[in-house]
Design a protein around this ligand. Sequence first.
Ligand SMILES: [Zn+2]
Length: 453
Amino acid sequence: MTPFALLLAVLLLLPSGSSAQPTPDSTHRLLLTNARLVNPETKTVKRGALYVEGERIAAVLEEAPADFDGRTLDLDGKWVLPGLVDAHVHSWGNAGPAFQERQLLQTDGTARAMLYAGVTAFLDLFSPEDYIFELRNTQRRNGLRAADIYAAGPVLTCPDGHGTEYGVPTRTVTSPDDARQTVDSLAARAPDVVKLVYHPYRTERFPSMDRPTMRAIVDAAHRHDLKTVVHVESWKGTHETIAAGVDAITHTPPAPLPDSTLSAMQARGTAWIPTLAVHTELSHLLEHPDRLQNDLLRAVADSSLLAAYRDTSTVPSSIREWMERQSEHRPQRLDAVGSAAAAGLPLLAGTDAGNPGLFQGYSLHRELVRLTQAGLSEWEALAAATTRPGRFLDAPIGLRPGDRAHLLVLNASPLTDIRHTQHIHRVISRGRVVDRSAVQDEITSAVPDVPTP
Ligand SMILES: [Zn+2]
């Protein structure tokens, strides 16, 4: 046994903190050398080598072993970080500025667009459940050259509530008893989280479920060991979900974050997916059409869809009014997220892609920019898009031995400018260097017939 093989034999015996089962691929070996390893969990940059065996990181080494005979990738001058995670998407595809134009991708096309863009996992928070659970299960069984799919399946809402307007099958609940039965039957499909909509104080557009029903969903989900993510629209409603023990809130209500709510989130450790991108990106693109020239955006989004963003004459007045309100509330939203970051709350980066102004894969990079504008450091933004969602989803995401070898290799440091996450040199997925141009070709191929918004 060579010294390096011996070292690995020892390292691989160490408990990895996650499933150590051999993968079908376990003979595959890859060594990344001379890299700067950017670890958002420890906030450290280390020069060294990363050894990958099968689909997992096997060891982080100070120096590359001289006797390694597998594939070596010299990453001198490059920056290596864990693959990114988008914690809030609707993976049907991309919408034009008013939903009139669409780029239909379905979840598998989206998962390829994500992978191309260095987003190696995502959490879908509402898609047709039969389709998305089957695709997710197939991916977990057989693999799929695409980002890892995590899914809530349906959104739990009240009859005629938000979520029912898209014509996508979902689950409505009318009472606490009904909520318990619904969660029990949904749990049989092993959703990665349970998503619900609760906004009892903003009911202009849609009715909301009541507080006892919301609490029953959270309790029932916890009995099944499932985390809950709630769509919120006001801080008062948010406060009630936090008191009920919800695991994560998503979106940012358009008002200053009350101190009492911030303290409640701190005390409970509630995670927050603010989705600043969905609140800001549509007006940003319409005001700055030059941003449509972005290389990464053009690589993942259809050119005819992008053209729709140049012709603002088609944007209806209702959308314009919505955008004006969004712009007015932007400082409050950024302040709220900034104070949550200062208080050490677990923020998760999520975009709400599937909505106008957002593009699967690309927009997570925009969310990172928005998070830093809200006051997060580059380190905090990177953690919000890598190790934090990993912990939330109980997924092995990071640079530790045993973590899934999902890696993003950048040409420039994301610590000096968060926009450098777009300067992608390589994407590594499950230990394999991704052929990004092949993945790009597959983004729009074989779109299955599934109901979409
Ligand atoms: Zn959403």
